[in-house]
Design a binder for this molecule. Structure first.
Ligand SMILES: C[S@@+](CC[C@H](N)C(=O)[O-])C[C@H]1O[C@@H](n2cnc3c(N)ncnc32)[C@H](O)[C@@H]1O
Length: 236
């Protein structure tokens, strides 16, 4: 009798519908700037196509975004290995290359056309320590436990699989390695950037914590439009 009851209980358990784990993704309905999908309550923005490369390299960027003030905030050593994920034209990859001149820069993007622009500059002799990497939409294809710092400038909010990208970035970081998440300030109405291309500190902290990263610091005043948020992989 006991065996029959146990077997019945097992059958009941097996026939229960599997409860899907909440991965944070929801169908949000298509808006003008979004892909129709949200993550942890944030609608994900469209990827900026390589046709917009000129905007990334615009002459007014330094004056508008204070780009030369960013890298000194990152506490990099010349021997560090860094990854510029969502590198675009390599605006920051080449600047990073000069700072970690005894180390290495992985310039990663999902658009081959962007990487080709970086390669064209490398062919002219610039950025000798830059290695270009064609990533996938859910995997930056970086070596594990290899990176001291990942730089994400104006890119993370476009990731269509932010959870998987976050998990993969954590795998690529060395223990104690850091992510510098640079995003236009959602909390500041004076920032002239469309809504889905900005992030709040609260949202960023929530999403980074979901992949096991610890918040270290937020600087919302050095750059005119952007937060610089530092997160760390445990285990230093
Ligand atoms: C607005 S651009 C910023 C480029 C660069 N970080 C800069 O500030 O000049 C965003 C870049 O992120 C890239 N991107 C979008 N989704 C990505 C993903 N899942 N993995 C890697 N790069 C991605 C896009 O292809 C694009 O080049």
């Amino acid at each position: 009798m006991k065996y029959v009851l146990n077997a019945l209980a097992a059958l009941v358990l097996l026939s229960l519908p599997a409860v899907a784990a909440d991965d944070g993704y929801k169908n949000s309905g298509m808006s003008l700037e979004g892909i129709g999908k949200s993550y942890m309550g944030r609608e994900i923005a469209f990827v900026m196509g390589h046709e917009g490369a000129g905007w990334l390299e615009r002459g007014s960027r330094e004056q508008e975004e204070g780009t030369s003030k960013l890298l000194p905030l990152l506490g990099l050593k010349p021997t560090d290995t860094v990854a510029d994920i969502g590198a675009g034209t390599g605006y920051f990859s080449f600047r990073l290359s000069a700072v970690v001149n005894q180390g290495k820069v992985f310039a990663e993007d999902i658009q081959q056309e962007m990487l080709d622009m970086i390669k064209a500059r490398k062919d002219k002799g610039e950025g000798k320590n830059i290695v270009t990497v064609l990533g996938g939409i859910n995997d930056p294809r970086l070596p594990p436990n290899a990176i001291d710092l990942i730089l994400l400038v104006d890119a993370y909010h476009e990731f269509s699989y932010p959870r998987e990208m976050g998990q993969a970035m954590v795998r690529a970081l060395k223990p104690g390695g850091r992510i510098a998440l640079v995003e236009y300030r959602a909390e500041d109405d004076s920032v002239p950037i469309k809504e889905l291309h900005r992030m709040s500190v609260a949202q960023a902290k929530k999403e980074m914590a979901a992949v096991g990263l610890n918040w270290v610091s937020t600087d919302s005043t050095t750059l005119p439009w952007q937060h610089v948020m530092i997160f760390q992989k445990p285990g230093a």
